[in-house]
Design a protein around this ligand. Structure first.
Ligand code: FE2
Ligand code: FE2
Length: 183
């Protein structure tokens, strides 16, 4: 099956539009949860950028901060498509992950590669939470026959996966080694 852009979507589409109120509600809850999570990241990512020493790490998080603005905008488009108000639902998981990141900054010395390693570890936990959430909701959107919504979720999912890979590269290409040399 081809989508509007002529490419084959990677998710399995249901052929008939299926409306299951409880499942729809569960799906919508997940979108509201992500809306809170992404908005929370707009506040926490600048703290990570400020605390990072590695130029490559700062750049990676700065780029992802810009992408995160796009993630919020995509979720707002999804609310619009679904005819719902863009109302966030507090995401306890993201609140906890962001707190962990802040604790790492507090417990490590400024200007060290060790702090950078901690920031990478915390950031990758955030990316994996997002990958799990977008991946699951993408499949559910497909099941519910929400083609346009599924396409938007897939676009963000790909950016989350790419951000995770870039963080791995930053760790492998120097930060981990530099930290291992610190006494
Ligand atoms: Fe995101
Ligand atoms: Fe992300």
């Amino acid at each position: 099956m081809k989508n509007e852009t002529g490419t084959t979507p990677k998710f399995k589409m249901k052929t008939s539009v299926h409306s299951e109120p409880a499942l729809n509600e569960l799906f919508f809850d997940g979108i509201r949860d992500l809306y809170w999570a992404e908005n929370h990241l707009l506040k926490t990512l600048p703290k990570m950028i400020k605390a990072a020493s590695s130029a490559a790490l700062s750049k990676a998080i700065e780029n992802h901060l810009k992408e995160t603005e796009g993630h919020v905008a995509r979720l707002e488009t999804i609310f619009d498509i679904m005819g719902k108000e863009p109302i966030a639902k507090k995401c306890n998981a993201m609140e906890g992950l962001a707190k962990e990141g802040e604790e790492i900054i507090e417990s490590t010395e400024a200007g060290t590669a060790t702090r950078d390693v901690g920031i990478i570890l915390a950031s990758q936990k955030v990316e994996h939470y997002e990958i799990a959430s977008y991946g699951g909701l993408l499949q559910l959107a497909a099941t519910l026959g929400l083609t346009e919504v599924a396409t938007l979720l897939e676009q963000t999912l790909e950016e989350e996966k790419a951000a995770d890979l870039i963080l791995t590269e930053v760790a492998e290409e120097g930060v981990n080694y530099q930290a291992s040399e610190e006494s």
